[in-house]
Design a protein around this ligand. Structure first.
Ligand code: HSE
Length: 309
């Protein structure tokens, strides 16, 4: 095989209380990447579309090429690979854009040069690529790669646990036309945490995992509560409080910032409610003068996949 096209989905990191340790993958939105073998050594980016010309084509700066290079070096590949990347999600939106590209590049390299390997083979390469641009966290790349809900139990060594999503669970994601840089949203976080907040978040993240495992959407919903990170980041998002209120008033089970924002997500237990919630959240952003993209999605259980050869 000389050429492969892969899809890598967007993701929602943190899932409320699980800063850097929980995430889930979304359906239908994400990056599409075509990789082609070449005789010239190393990775090159041939073309990027869907990014309004914002992403670097420098292979050392783009997460797709960093991820691909890392996999090829690990495999000791002598040849090269040319990448065409189509961004299907906005940059700096909180939906794991750089992570989706990292996964697309690493996964495509694996499928091209070592198709017999399992996805776990490239996880560290994806984390490394994401760390190069937005900090060391796996809660976007792991769900993009594997799909479903993912728990990062440990970073050193990297140990992740996957959970299937309850089938009734719907995610609403609303992305305002506004950018928040993950690097900056991490830089403002406190370096220590009051004991009371730790107890609050630990209880909620434990209950969130229990709710997923028990297929209980109500427990999942009331566990979307973070007293450490979200109160600090709320000020980065115009209309944060009114968007959250709009979601909850329209029947959401829980609502929080998606990743480092500015997207916000809400959970519900029906597709109809999920759409109503998306309209209410978008209206709240509109009152702040911001237009937004709305998305209703089940949790994507599949993660990165090959879509063409
Ligand atoms: N856990 C990371 C953060 C995700 O909140 O900074 C970034 O999308």
């Amino acid at each position: 095989m000389k050429k492969i096209t892969v899809f890598s989905p967007a993701s929602v990191a943190n899932v409320g209380p699980g800063f850097d340790v929980m995430g889930f993958a979304l359906s239908s939105v994400g990056d599409t990447l075509t990789a082609e073998m070449s005789s010239e050594q190393g990775v090159r980016i041939r073309k990027i579309t869907g990014d309004d010309g914002k992403l670097p084509k420098d292979v050392d700066k783009n997460t797709a090429s960093i991820g691909a290079t890392s996999v090829m070096e690990k495999l000791g590949i002598e040849g090269g690979m040319e990448i065409t990347l189509n961004k299907g999600l906005r940059l700096n939106s909180g939906l794991g854009s750089s992570g989706a590209s990292a996964v697309a590049g690493a996964f495509a390299a694996m499928k091209l040069f070592a198709p017999e390997k399992e996805k776990g083979f490239v996880l560290e390469d994806c984390v490394k690529a994401e760390a190069a641009v937005s900090g060391n966290h796996a809660d976007n790349v792991a769900p993009s790669l594997f799909g479903g809900f993912v728990i990062i139990r440990s970073y050193e060594p990297l140990d992740i646990i996957r959970l299937k999503s309850p089938t009734k669970l719907f995610a609403t994601v609303v992305t305002p036309d506004y950018e928040v840089s993950t690097k900056e949203a991490r830089a403002i976080l406190p370096s220590s945490v009051p004991m009371k907040s730790l107890v609050h978040n630990t209880g909620n993240v434990a209950a969130l995992v229990a709710g997923i495992a028990m297929n209980d959407c109500a427990i999942i919903g009331r566990s979307i509560s973070d007293s450490i990170i979200e109160p600090v980041r709320a000020k980065l998002i115009p209309g944060y409080a009114s968007v959250k209120k709009a979601a909850m008033d329209s029947g959401a089970l829980g609502c929080a910032i998606a990743g480092s924002g500015p997207s916000m997500f809400a959970f519900s237990d029906s597709g109809k409610k999920a759409i109503e919630i998306s309209n209410a959240m978008a209206k709240a952003f509109e009152r702040e003068g911001l237009s937004s993209d709305k998305l209703v999605s089940k949790v994507n259980g599949e993660g990165a996949k090959v879509i063409g050869k």
